[in-house]
Design a protein around this ligand. Structure first.
Ligand code: SF4
Length: 375
């Protein structure tokens, strides 16, 4: 099973915390679409005709695409790839693009999963983040998306925002749970270097992020979601059984994927490559020159590290037998010996041949994975 990711690099305005590659102007959209179609055609060998079970329009803001543009991208994909009949096709959307009309158009298109960037149901949090939409509109959009027939719906929320009190965060979780949506991605607000957020905090214009608040919010989230019958199937993702994201699951189980568009990453089990994060360069070179991407062959150590990092974050856990088969006994023994301290501290638990993060361990996921790395 393979996946395709398409990076649509346009946004109405830049959110303060954002470090994704995106441009707040649509001037180059026609040229970008031509370049994307060239890249779709030229990269077809990458997936070796493997069945494509997931297609993900990410960004940026893919909901800024018009119906005809989406259709023409899909046509091009069908022309060159082995798209499976039950393919999951996700589109990331921002509430401000989702009028009732546009939702209907998307519902009648090939898109069968919608991921809406809500982030919070409170205006002061949205202002802090510099989001375009209002809290009221976010709520209306959820109702309209469900009305339009999007059963496979997910939203993003952000916690740890300095304006988001514990009480408001619980209200956000409760609002989500009452909506009947079966998938949630929730992320801690992180201050990435060279973002507007980092700059504004440094200048004292915005309140700094408090790590303890994020930890509290994450604990509240885990408790509420578990009580409501959601599976915490990846550190930032919760779903009712049967509603996991196929696309993201593919990343986490180490499946092959092709990334198209500026800054998109690809992985085929042996190497990874990433496209240039520059729109004009992408437009000029995509489909015509290999200089549009950089490529790195992964060593066995790197592939082991990658597996540990992704698998440990999931409810499937880190499979020692898989490590032994894929990388050799030395690696599985190393992994288990490095895990001993965390097993003693009850941050990791072992069930049969798999290692899992406990609730306590999930608070330190990145640090624990780093200790199990070999490289
Ligand atoms: S909408 Fe998403 S990609 Fe665009 S600026 Fe905001 S966070 Fe970044």
């Amino acid at each position: 099973m393979a996946g395709i990711y398409l990076h649509i690099p346009f946004c109405k305005q830049k959110c303060h915390y954002c470090n994704f590659f995106s441009i707040a102007s649509l001037k180059q959209k026609p040229d970008f679409l031509n370049a994307l179609k060239r890249e779709i055609a030229i990269q077809k060998a990458y997936l070796k005709n493997e069945g494509v079970q997931t297609i993900y329009f990410g960004g940026g803001t893919p909901s800024m695409l018009e119906k005809a543009e989406l259709n023409s991208i899909m046509e091009e994909l069908h022309k060159h790839y082995n798209i499976q009949p039950d393919v999951e096709i996700t589109l990331e959307a921002n509430p401000d693009d989702l009028s009732r009309e546009k939702l209907k158009i998307f519902a009648q298109s090939a898109i069968n999963r919608l991921s809406i960037g809500i982030q919070s149901f409170f205006d002061d949090d949205l202002n802090y983040l510099n989001r375009v939409h209002s809290a009221d509109h976010a709520k209306t959009v959820i109702d309209n998306a469900l009305d339009a027939g999007f059963e496979n719906l997910t939203i993003d929320l952000i916690y740890g925002i300095p304006t988001l009190t514990d009480k408001k965060w619980q209200q956000n979780i409760d609002y989500f749970l009452a909506s009947g949506i079966k998938h949630l991605s929730a992320y801690a607000l992180t201050v990435e270097p060279r973002t507007a957020l980092a700059h504004l905090i440094n200048k004292g214009k915005l309140k700094a992020v408090d790590e303890q608040q994020s930890v509290r919010h994450f604990e509240m989230l885990m408790q509420s979601m578990e009580a409501a019958g959601f599976v915490h199937y990846e550190i930032s993702n919760f779903a009712k059984p049967g509603h996991y994201s196929k696309h993201n699951s593919l990343y986490w189980i180490g499946g092959n994927y092709l990334g198209l568009g500026p800054s998109a990453h690809s992985y085929n089990g042996i190497s990874r490559q990433w496209n240039v994060s520059h729109l004009t360069k992408y437009i000029n070179e995509a489909g015509q020159s290999e200089s549009v991407f950089e490529k790195e062959e992964l060593t066995l150590d790197q592939r082991y590290d990658e597996y540990v990092m992704t698998s440990l974050r999931t409810s499937w856990g880190c499979d020692l037998e898989h490590i032994q088969n894929a990388f050799g006994k030395r690696y599985s023994q190393y992994c288990l010996s490095q895990a001993q301290a965390f097993l003693r501290e009850a941050k990791i638990e072992q069930r049969e041949n798999r290692l899992f993060l406990t609730q306590k361990g999930k608070l330190f996921a990145d640090g624990i994975a780093a200790e199990l790395f070999i490289d």
